[in-house]
Ligand binder design. Sequence first.
Ligand code: UD1
Length: 351
Amino acid sequence: MRLLSVVGARPQFVKLAPVAAECARRKIDHVIVHTGQHYETALSEVFFTDLGIEDAHVHLSVGSGTHGAQTAAILERLEPVLTQRRPDWVMVYGDTNSTLAGALTAVKLRLPVAHLEAGLRSFNRAMPEEPNRVLTDHAADLLLAPTTTAMQHLAAEGLGSRSRLVGDVMVDVLHRQRASLGHADAVLARLHVVGGTYSVATIHRAENTDDPVRLEAIVATLARLGHRVVLLVHPRLRDRAAEHGVRLDRGALRSHDPLAYAELVALVDRARGVITDSGGLQKEAFVLGVPCTTVRRETEWVETLENGWNVLVEPGAELVSAASRPRPEPTSAAPYGTGRAAAAALDALGC
Ligand code: UD1
């Protein structure tokens, strides 16, 4: 059995880790193709090293570009790789341009495609990930869904017979990381913060970074919070803030380069809150029991909203009050599974 994984952006390396580990355990011939969508060490290499993933077998080195150019470059460069390697399954992850391009290339070659993290919907077609999700789900042969909500979305689109509920692989990774949170003290010391007193913030989505007025409103709101905010700066935010003259270090706000995964988990675990527009971080906060404030109008991870563990806000007064809210009642809900999603996914593939 040969499985070929196509990955390219930071959250996909995290999702790949438990799949790669499970493939190794089952002695499956696993080929990893890195599209090169993310190429900076802090967004790419560090995840392979830290999460113990073997280096990618093939690098397509497509780099940054417009959505069309990036997707097209992956299609063109991936085709000969798939033709030569002839995998039994191609696995694509999440909702990035690498996901859609991987699925399309495989489907055109009539290779079976499995989509991990299928069935997510924001119902907001203005965000680039939404068409990536819908098109990938409709192209793929096997849809590996993380939640019952995702299963319902797939059924509503007539895809129920191709769908399997496997749980969320990010919980697999989190459980593993949580067991080794020993270096948390060092991370907190390096960032000059004290456990329970700060929020961790990330803002990287185009809808928040690319409009200078909205970006300034978000940053200004974070700066006036009554507690320290550690802003981990994705390159898109770094570039847009510089371009629009938005200062990231002011008031309560301190900017920092992105962290490696284990460090991020340690920092979030000890935080009083998370403020983000990332999908992954909303779930990580939920699983770690840290209140999350999401700077978006909708979320795909609706389960996090129950009992107030996550709230959706606009910049300004709403964000200030949500980020300062008391901790909600503890919940024992585990909507994202129990940390065996990678094994369930490979079972579904018949590996
Ligand atoms: C992509 C995904 C998004 C995911 C995010 C995680 C799509 C449509 N979006 O968004 O779903 O949440 O990854 O980070 O696929 N850049 C660098 N160095 C890099 C990579 C990017 O400087 O290593 C800069 C470039 O200026 C680039 C911009 O960031 O144009 C955006 O990168 P891109 O890969 O297009 O999308 P992300 O915003 O990272």
